[in-house]
Design a protein around this ligand. Structure first.
Ligand code: DGL
Length: 263
């Protein structure tokens, strides 16, 4: 295994693991340092100013561990704080953008549903993105406050989860949505249950692969790609590293992980 300089990846909790998986697939010889801010999860109920201050602290933590680039694996943190982070930190910083553009381009019905956190839906940069692609296409947004907690507890397929998903998604399908955009990284873990609720009536889009492709571009541009062919490593930190958090994170990651407490 390679001791390559790591790339820092963070989210409020486990959601960003769905992005980290795609990053590993795209860049197998890179090493990653994943930080879950579980003490303060969910981010979706926090204010823009709180998010800006907290994500700066998280970014500093990752920089102090020598990261060569950062991935904000969280839509809520991206739309609220990535511009401020980029002003302060001179490293490549890649964020997550919900797949509204491809959904709008490919929607035959001209109706797209977007699931996200309340704070993502409130953010100026998200509203700008919506304005850019609405018009010929109707973009319907839906805040989903229950879903982050369900994913944090690895409760992906229960009746409770299906009922919550149904309450958020059915109204969008009733209004004719033929694409459902997952605008929160936690929701990728619910893909199977979301597909069950949708029952073939719409396509599901998330942002993992485009984020990974963008990270590859940025690392290439700044000559930061690891030249070694040895497989990279990933280490995991959390601000709420309880044994239950480690257990749930291992379940979602698909193999046992050692979770270290930090900030
Ligand atoms: N996973 C996050 C996102 O993509 C944050 C969810 C939350 O903590 O509310 O928005």
């Amino acid at each position: 295994m390679s001791d390559a300089i790591p790339i820092g990846v963070f989210d409020s909790g486990v959601g960003g693991l769905s992005i980290a998986r795609c990053l590993q697939r795209e860049l197998p010889s890179e090493s990653f340092l994943y930080f879950a801010d579980q003490k303060y999860s969910p981010y979706g109920s926090k204010s823009a100013s709180w998010l800006e201050a907290r994500t700066e602290l998280v970014a500093q933590f990752l920089l102090e561990r020598g990261c060569k680039a950062l991935v904000v694996a969280c839509n809520t943190a991206t739309v609220n704080s990535i511009s401020a982070l980029r002003e302060k930190i001179e490293l490549p910083i890649v964020g997550v953008e919900p797949a509204i553009k491809p959904a709008a381009l490919h929607s035959k019905a001209g109706v797209v549903g977007v699931l996200a956190t309340a704070q993502t839906l409130r953010a100026d940069s998200f509203c700008t993105l919506l304005d850019k692609f609405s018009g010929p296409v109707k973009l319907l947004t839906q805040a989903c406050p229950e879903l982050v907690g369900l994913v944090e507890s690895a409760n992906l397929h229960s009746e409770e989860t299906i009922d919550a998903l149904r309450s958020y998604i059915e109204p969008l399908l009733d209004l004719g949505a033929d694409h459902i955009v997952l605008g929160c990284t936690h929701f990728s873990f619910l893909r199977e249950s979301i597909a069950q609720v949708i029952g073939g009536r719409a396509l599901i889009l998330d942002a993992g692969a485009p984020v990974a492709a963008e990270l590859r571009r940025q690392l290439g541009k700044f000559d930061l790609l690891n030249a070694s062919c040895a497989p990279g490593k990933i280490s995991f930190y959390s601000s709420g590293a309880t044994s239950l958090a480690a257990k749930n994170m291992s379940l979602l990651w698909g193999s046992p992980i050692e979770l270290r407490e930090a900030i």
